[in-house]
Design a protein around this ligand. Structure first.
Ligand SMILES: Nc1ncnc2c1ncn2[C@@H]1O[C@H](COP(=O)(O)OP(=O)(O)OP(=O)(O)O)[C@@H](O)[C@H]1O
Length: 573
């Protein structure tokens, strides 16, 4: 959409420059011949929020909807008056006329300025660099940066000494109040502004004062001046200064965001440290209760049955109980669901040489290797019924008989078992021995589902992200909300795998909801082509990440050319 100004005589002036001057002077971009209009009367300028209008100097009457303004935002359709002339801002959907390419000098200045700023990180250094860059780019003899908080003015950096009178100054106040730039082209010709304290104190012949706005932070003002011997500032230099100040503001806002992100990460890192208990992370009330239970039960020899939904961290709790037990032996973990039925017996109980074909030597089973430690039976609900009887003897007598032997061996162990299936229901269905359940369930520990742990989800997410050591260092606000709102049916395991994937796929320093594949469930379906493109792009990015960042290797692994890889990424070569 291009914008233009409609003048009282019907002329249409396209707004194709960041700053447009209005007045009777022939040097203005919009020359008006109407009563009450001064040589340089008003300035229209564009910043991140759109177009605004302001008087060019004190005493210039600019009105919007009949009201005199110092600075007013303009939207298409708005009219404003300059002296007796009324001008209207309109939008045209017609293709924009080709605009003049930026001059070579301007491009070079912009590029040099941007690369200089990119090297700076902390905001104060960036500000200083912005001020010096601006002064250099527009050829100012004097430059300083003033911060404005309420009525307080403070010089943050300067090219030389700045007298107090130059800071507590009407020009600075005007820019702070209006947010619009001020150009005092030639002090000798501009009676109204020639007496400004800053002009006198700094012995200037020309001055340029531009706002520097970075997000919600208080406004700063860059004051640039020229002394005798240097030609006065022109409207072109005002334009350049505004463009550079907008660029610096963008970088400043990014730098502030990064500083905030770092503070957020530091805060979470401290919270995670305080909220970690034997490798488990969580500061919610249910986790606090769980930690206290583990502390209490750890040193006892009671058999513990851990129940909880899949992926809640039952194995982690078993390990915490073992560490708190003071037992010197190992924790031997057996996943009863993963062992094939034909092997589970000999794996658990061991065998004598020749007990079955292939048994070349005596071998102790897993139960024996837990001697002095803890035997952890995960997914105990999946233990075949026939083996439950043998296990009952082991648990009851604390002794094991290897296959092919007939003398039992004493084992000093503590038994911890875990199940995501309710064992009582299995007993009712005749799938689990009640007497075995009775033995295993001397005391019960319930691990809460993740959706009941409040902000623990964020602590765990940040912990996993920091462990990944990738470029992404934090989550956007939207991703944080999506993490808080997701029910996580797969609990912590689901959270861990979503964050790991997102860390690989995210292209920037912050992970968004789409990287986590969250928040899309209720969104309308995207057209197939769009969805396919998005998928292909993610897939290619994953391939690059897996190839250690090498696009060439990734292209090879995907069986495509480097050109196609760039095309899928939506980048030119
Ligand atoms: N509180 C926690 N803090 C950090 N990581 C956790 C926490 N709880 C679980 N995890 C991690 O989540 C994953 C799943 O945990 P774990 O295997 O202990 O769950 P589980 O309940 O035993 O699962 P299943 O029911 O499938 O056996 C692991 O990677 C584990 O490290």
């Amino acid at each position: 959409m291009s914008l233009f100004l409609v003048l009282p005589d019907g002329r249409r002036i396209p707004l194709d420059k960041p700053v447009v001057s209005v007045g009777t002077d022939a040097a203005c971009d919009v020359v008006l011949d109407a009563s009450g209009v001064k040589a340089s009367h008003a300035l229209l300028f564009r910043d991140a929020r759109g177009w605004s209008v302001s008087p060019a100097s004190k005493g210039c009457d600019v009105r919007v909807r009949g009201k005199r303004v110092e600075l007013a935002a303009l939207a298409p359709g708005d009219a404003f008056s300059v002296g007796s002339a009324t001008l209207t801002l309109l939008a045209s959907e017609a293709p924009q006329a080709p605009t003049q390419a930026p001059s070579g000098k301007m491009v070079a200045v912009l590029a040099g300025f941007a690369s200089r700023l990119m090297l700076q990180r902390p905001a104060p250094e960036l500000l200083e660099s912005a001020m010096r860059g601006l002064a250099e780019a527009v050829g100012a003899d004097v430059g300083f940066l003033v911060s404005a908080e309420g009525v307080r003015r403070q010089v943050l950096c300067a090219t030389g000494p700045v007298p107090e009178a130059a800071v507590v100054d009407s020009l600075v106040d005007r820019v702070v109040a209006s947010g619009a730039p001020v150009l005092v082209a030639d002090v000798a010709a501009d009676k109204a502004l020639a007496g400004a304290p800053s002009i006198l104190a700094l012995r200037l012949t020309s001055a340029l004062v531009v706002p520097l706005r970075a997000g919600p932070a208080p406004l700063s003002v860059v004051y640039l001046g020229r002394r005798a011997g240097t030609p006065p500032f022109s409207a072109v230099e005002l334009e350049e200064a505004m463009a550079l100040s907008a660029l610096a503001a963008l970088l400043l806002a990014t730098s502030r965001e990064l500083t905030e992100l770092r503070a957020q990460v530091d805060n979470l890192t401290q919270r995670i440290e305080a909220a970690t208990f034997e490798g488990l992370i969580g500061e919610s009330r249910p986790m606090g209760e769980l930690y206290r239970q583990v502390e209490r039960l750890g040193p006892t020899s009671l058999n513990v049955l851990i129940q909880g939904e899949t992926g809640t961290g039952k194995e982690g709790v078993a390990r915490a109980l073992h560490r708190r037990s003071g037992r010197r032996g190992r924790l031997v973990a057996i996943n009863c669901a993963a062992l094939p039925e034909s092997l589970i017996e000999r794996e658990l109980f061991g065998h004598a040489r020749g007990a079955f074909s292939g048994a070349g030597a005596d071998r102790p089973g897993l139960v024996e290797s837990a001697d002095g430690g803890t035997l952890f039976l995960d997914e105990i609900g999946d233990m075949p019924r026939a083996l439950q009887t043998r296990l009952l003897r082991v648990v009851q007598e604390r002794e094991v008989t290897r296959l092919g032997e007939n003398h039992p061996r004493k084992v000093d162990m503590r038994v911890i078992s875990a199940s995501h299936k309710p064992l009582k229901a299995l007993v009712r269905e005749g799938l689990f021995r009640e007497d075995l359940l009775f033995r295993l369930d001397e005391v019960r520990v319930d691990v809460p589902p993740l959706r009941e742990r409040g902000d623990d989800v964020l602590l765990i997410a940040h912990h996993v992200l920091s462990q990944e050591g990738r470029r992404a260092k934090g989550f956007t606000q939207k991703a944080t909300e999506a993490l808080r709102g997701h029910p996580f049916p797969g609990n912590v395991r689901e959270l861990v795998s979503r964050v790991r994937r997102a860390a690989i796929l995210a292209s920037g320093e912050l992970i968004g909801p789409a990287d986590l594949e969250l928040g899309g469930e209720h969104a309308p379906l995207a057209p197939l082509e769009e969805a396919r493109d998005a998928f292909v792009q993610r897939y290619v990015r994953e391939a690059i990440a897996r190839s250690g960042g090498s696009k060439k290797d990734a292209a090879q692994a995907l069986g495509i050319g480097l050109r196609s890889l760039f095309r899928y990424l939506g980048e030119g070569e």
